[in-house]
Write a protein that binds this ligand. Structure first.
Ligand SMILES: [Zn+2]
Length: 133
C-alpha cells in the first residue's frame, strides 16, 4: 500500500489485486503498457497511460492517512525483525536450521547459500516473516 494507489493494489508482479481483480482483464489490452493503464495507480509517473485508455475499477479505494501510516509502521517493524533474525542466523554458524521467529516466537526455518551467504527464511506462521536474499 502506498500513497497514490488503490488500497488493494499489490503490484503487477501479481496476477490479481488484493480484491481479486485481474490486472490484465481489467486493462483489456496487450501486455505492453499495462502498468500505466491500470486504474489502481492515480499519482506519479505511472498514472498516465502510454498507450490506450486508462481503465476504471468500481473497487478502487484510496487508502486513508491512518492506513498509510500503519502500513509504513508495519514495514519498518518487519525490516527490524528480519535484521534481528539475520544476526541470530549468523550466530548459529549453520547452513540450515531453525531459530525462534523474532516476530511471533514461532519457528523460523532458514537456509544459507554456501556460494554467496544469502539467506532464505520462512516462519511457520502464515503471513509472518519470509524472505529470499
Ligand atoms: Zn513468525
Amino acid at each position: 500500500m502506498r500513497k497514490g494507489t488503490c488500497k488493494f493494489y499489490n503490484g503487477i508482479a501479481n496476477d490479481n489485486c488484493d480484491k481479486g481483480i485481474n490486472y490484465r482483464e481489467i486493462t483489456g489490452g496487450p501486455t505492453f503498457g499495462i502498468g500505466t493503464r491500470l486504474p489502481c495507480v492515480i499519482e506519479g509517473k505511472f498514472s498516465k497511460p502510454k498507450n490506450g485508455e486508462k481503465a476504471t475499477c468500481e473497487h478502487f479505494v484510496k487508502p486513508t492517512k491512518k492506513e498509510l501510516d500503519d502500513w509504513e509502521e508495519s514495514v519498518d517493524r518487519s525490516i527490524k525483525q528480519v535484521s534481528m533474525a539475520i544476526k541470530t542466523i549468523g550466530k548459529t554458524g549453520k547452513q540450515n536450521g531453525v531459530i525462534q521467529c523474532p516476530a511471533c516466537n514461532g519457528k523460523l526455518g532458514f537456509s544459507v547459500s554456501p556460494g554467496n551467504g544469502h539467506i532464505w527464511a520462512k516462519c511457520e506462521t502464515n503471513n509472518c516473516l519470509a524472505w529470499m536474499q
